[in-house]
Design a protein. Structure first.
Length: 149
């Protein structure tokens, strides 16, 4: 059984991950606004996937009896990245976004690799390891995948 401090630590972490997923969705939405055609649809699909990820963390918080923070606006960092992408180019902006991921998102990314690591996040469902596949599913070819790499 988890101690109270373990649960509190998990709740803090889940809130950070929730904020990160919401920011990613906002950024992909902004990138979609800066594009047209197929690239626009790709970014819209990626934003939808990030919202699904956010719903996962909302569910984890609710199941722990914790308050789910209301969705506010994107962070200053995300707003700046979105503005940069809109002015320079989507490709440069998305590459910059990947280099500038906050530590909390980088720490959570090992659960995205499907390597079995959970970063202390007890109860992470197996589907969490498939999240990169969800992203890849909207990027049909390596050429499309380069849009976000």
């Amino acid at each position: 059984m988890n101690s109270r401090s373990d649960v509190q630590s998990s709740v803090r972490r889940w809130r950070e991950l929730l904020a990160s997923e919401r920011d990613a969705a906002a950024l992909y939405s902004r990138l979609a606004e800066a594009e047209t055609g197929e690239r626009q649809q790709i970014f819209r699909d990626l934003a939808a996937i990030e919202l699904e990820h956010a719903a996962h963390w909302e569910s984890k918080l609710r199941s722990a009896g914790a308050e789910v923070p209301t969705a506010g606006g994107p962070s200053l960092r995300t707003r700046l990245l979105g503005a940069t992408a809109g002015r320079l180019s989507v490709v440069k902006g998305s590459r910059f976004q990947q280099r500038e991921l906050p530590r909390s998102a980088q720490a959570g990314s090992s659960t995205l690799l499907g390597n079995g690591s959970t970063n202390g996040d007890r109860g992470t469902p197996p589907r969490r390891a498939r999240w990169p596949a969800a992203h890849a599913s909207v990027l049909p070819t390596p050429e499309h995948r380069s849009v976000i790499s």
